[in-house]
Design a protein around this ligand. Structure first.
Ligand code: PEP
Length: 256
């Protein structure tokens, strides 16, 4: 697992978040296309598909010994097995070889009222199952305008220090809510400010832990170069543009 993570971060990480999109035909078509393309068939390329399609995608990747990885878009607060109707545990995801789990996406925080306590349990479960969390943080436009966004983001990061099981590797995705699906992105200085904040805030965590900061929110094939050129950026989380194979391959072409 550790070796996987090391390889995955050798190039900048590109995570495709399909959200609740696609169907089985698209999964087979797109994953086959990506495994046949050298810029996407790489350890640094991760597909966060709906739960239902993860096992089919895993088989497609295994059949051709592909290097790309899979992520779940969520994980249960409960681990192992039990009477939790509708839930998917970290153990189940681990069993089918899922490498990463998105936790705390703003859509889940807002639409499902996921609190910091809930997210802490999800983080614990991912870590206990050797799944690297992709922990999302991000402020609303109102919070940004009040200039309290740094405090707000630090509060979202704070739960990482409450984890009982220490993590060896974590991905922290800065996704300003006002940039998600809007076509509006922060400028390079604004992204750098938050990446620096993430590394500074996390520096007191175990010196052995690997922290990677991503940016997410309206990443496209036209802005990817300037975003990945930010030296401290570890990669990007891509929503809408990851649904189009041509755009996504273009985006992955810029990872180095
Ligand atoms: C997201 O919601 O994780 C995301 C990055 O979306 P988009 O790229 O569509 O803004």
């Amino acid at each position: 697992m550790q070796e996987d993570i090391h390889q995955a971060t050798a190039k900048k990480l590109i995570v495709a978040n399909w959200k609740m999109n696609g169907n089985l035909e698209k999964v087979v078509h797109d994953i086959t296309c990506y495994t046949n393309n050298p810029s996407t068939n790489n350890h640094n390329v991760v597909f966060a598909l709906p739960f239902l399609y993860l096992i089919s995608a895993k088989h497609l990747l295994l059949n051709v010994n592909a290097k790309c990885k899979l992520a779940s878009q969520d994980i249960s607060t409960f681990n192992n097995y039990g009477a939790y109707t509708g839930e998917i545990s970290g153990s189940m995801l681990q069993e089918i070889g899922i490498s990463y789990s998105i936790i705390g996406h703003s859509e889940r925080r807002l639409l499902y009222a996921e609190s910091q306590e809930v997210l802490l349990k999800k983080l614990e479960n991912a870590v206990a199952s050797n799944i690297t969390p992709i922990y999302c943080i991000g402020e609303t436009l109102d919070i940004r305008n009040t200039k309290r966004y740094c405090e707000f983001l630090k509060q979202e990061l704070d739960i990482l220090f409450k984890l009982q099981n220490p993590f060896h590797s974590i991905i922290i995705a800065y996704e300003p809510i006002w940039a998600i699906g809007t076509g509006v992105t922060p400028n390079i200085q604004e992204i750098s400010e938050i990446t620096d904040l993430i590394y500074a805030f996390m520096q007191n965590y175990s010196p052995h832990a690997k922290i990677t900061a991503l940016y997410g929110g309206s990443v496209s094939d036209s802005n990817i170069k300037e975003i990945l050129d930010i030296p401290q950026i570890g990669g990007v989380l891509v929503g809408g543009a990851s649904l189009n194979t041509k755009s996504f391959i273009q985006i992955c072409n810029y990872s180095y």
